[in-house]
Design a protein around this ligand. Structure first.
Ligand SMILES: NC(=O)c1ccc[n+]([C@@H]2O[C@H](COP(=O)([O-])OP(=O)(O)OC[C@H]3O[C@@H](n4cnc5c(N)ncnc54)[C@H](OP(=O)(O)O)[C@@H]3O)[C@@H](O)[C@H]2O)c1
Length: 268
């Protein structure tokens, strides 16, 4: 596997198996994204509240890598008018289209069918290529699919050995919805976990690489954020290692429905 390797979405379009997260990637955003692209990263994940959209636009404008080789993921917020917001966020990134636009989280009431309809319009007008969801439970995903008449290509959710859901994994596999793993590095909070360290030391890799490899072997798509140059280089090293069944089982067993951002979310 390499950074350019792809997974096929249920629509037939291909998406890279590994991406760069950009929440709080605010220290020289454009320079960092440009360096990531030079290193071979081909997917960039953003949202309006990350503060990274303008810098991503700058990097995409500067890089020599053709736009069609880059997979840009953005999000509409639950209170947005999806079509208008898509236009606004694209303007902020100086882009004609996003490869994937997600509903950032389910709204308080309903499951966001109106947001979905706005995104369908955006897709018809060529503003987005694919549509997906984020932070949806299985029930919410199914209700949206029923109401919208089509299923999302991606559900982007928090996903680490410390907080994951076998039920969600099975449900997404059955529905051919790809899980994108957010905060796959636990926001650096659990990197010194003893079990994780033991596996990393035995393989002479880093705890971050073990976490990312675990996500990949679960057939999910990790989106590690890294502002630091060494981290940007280190993280794709996960593509070169292979965890055995015992190591995967030990990591699976770390699940305590833990979340890096507060109380456990409902799907965990
Ligand atoms: N859909 C959603 O609701 C949602 C929610 C949260 C996140 N996300 C997406 O998922 C992405 C990733 O999640 P995240 O940013 O919350 O956290 P994360 O990727 O789990 O962790 C990022 C933190 O880990 C550090 N780090 C990176 N590589 C490292 C390494 N090799 N060794 C040690 N530390 C390392 C980073 O430091 P440096 O930056 O200093 O390198 C940063 O402090 C986000 O950026 C965003 O794109 C989506």
């Amino acid at each position: 596997m390499e950074l350019k390797s792809t997974v096929t979405l249920h629509t037939g379009r291909r998406m890279p198996v590994f991406g760069l997260g950009t929440w709080e990637l605010t220290r020289d955003t454009a320079g960092t994204v440009e360096r990531a692209l030079e290193l071979g990263y081909r997917m960039i994940d953003t949202a309006v509240d990350y503060g990274s959209q303008p810098g991503i636009g700058e990097a995409l404008g500067r890089t020599a890598i053709p736009r069609e080789e880059i997979f840009l993921v953005a999000k509409v917020e639950e209170n947005d008018q999806a079509y208008e917001a898509t236009r606004r966020y694209l303007d902020e990134m100086r882009q004609d289209y996003a490869d994937l636009m997600l509903i950032h989280r389910p709204p308080r009431r309903g499951v966001g069918t109106d947001l979905w309809e706005g995104l369908v319009r955006a897709r018809e007008d060529g503003l987005v290529r694919e549509i997906g969801i984020s932070n949806y439970s299985i029930e919410q995903m199914d209700r949206l699919t029923e109401e919208a008449g089509e299923s999302p290509v991606v559900n982007q959710i928090e996903w680490t050995p410390f907080g994951w859901s076998p039920e969600m994994l099975d449900a997404c596999r059955e529905r051919r919805v790809v899980i994108q793993a957010w905060s796959p590095l636990t926001r650096a909070r659990r990197l010194d976990d003893d079990t994780l360290r033991r596996i990393a030391d035995r393989r002479d890799v880093t705890p971050a690489q073990v976490l990312l490899r675990w996500a990949l072997q679960k057939e999910t798509v990790p989106l590690p954020k890294a502002n630091d140059w060494d981290h940007l280089v280190e993280n794709p090293g996960a593509l070169d290692i292979e965890l055995d069944d015992d190591e995967m089982a030990v990591l699976d067993g770390l699940n305590e429905h833990w979340s890096a951002v507060g109380p456990a979310v409902q799907y965990l």
